[in-house]
Design a protein around this ligand. Sequence first.
Ligand SMILES: [Cu+2]
Length: 259
Amino acid sequence: MKRATILSLAACALVAAPLAILAAPTAKTPPAKPATQPATKAATKAARPPAPSSTGTISGVVSYQGKAPTPSTVSMASDPLCAKSKLPSEELVVADGKLRDVHVRIKAGTAGKHKAPTSPLVIAQEGCRYSPHVAGAMVGQPIAIRNEDATMHNVHAYVDGETWFNRSQPKGAAEIRETDTGEAGEVFELKCNVHSWMRALVPISDHPFFAVSDSKGAFTIEKLPPGTYTLEAWHAKLGLKSMKIVVKAGTNKADFQFP
Ligand SMILES: [Cu+2]
């Protein structure tokens, strides 16, 4: 149904565009002249986006409390080209009590519509793993999947667990680029049918206010209009945590603890 809706909307847009072109020359009244001078200084000020100094940044650290299990080593013996390197499991990556790969985002209530970047989120297959393992993208932002390995991968994409596409990508093949990667709140996921251990996770958002914790558990979300928000932190294995946060201009702290 999701796809059908998107396609029908696209069809409407295609029909509407030529009609608009046809309608334009028949208009009898000339279009009103645009005002050369804004009415007041206040109006100009209101139209501008807020200056960077008036926005808030959320920065924090995600910790893992207790002793983290030692990551197992992935057996890559099924492909001699992969087996050259050792790969620790990326299911739960903890270093010095800090948790990597937690996707942190504003849940809802951000002001206005946000345009997706035209530059793609690049996910590379290198050393027989997807890199990055967890990343965020906006609805409509292209995701480019590249094969940097000397072996064949099979890019099997899912959205919320349902197959989205399934394409093989031999050594040296062109990147696979996909713009339709699901709706806000869904997770675009990549697996590989050749190498069962390969996995990448990309939660999709309709705004740019998200970040993924790095190897020190740190994350930063920038340029938020001040306000009260729900901040969510999601880890693929450990689940979801959330907190209310009042964001003021400048730096705001928000730390999370798992499990
Ligand atoms: Cu593969």
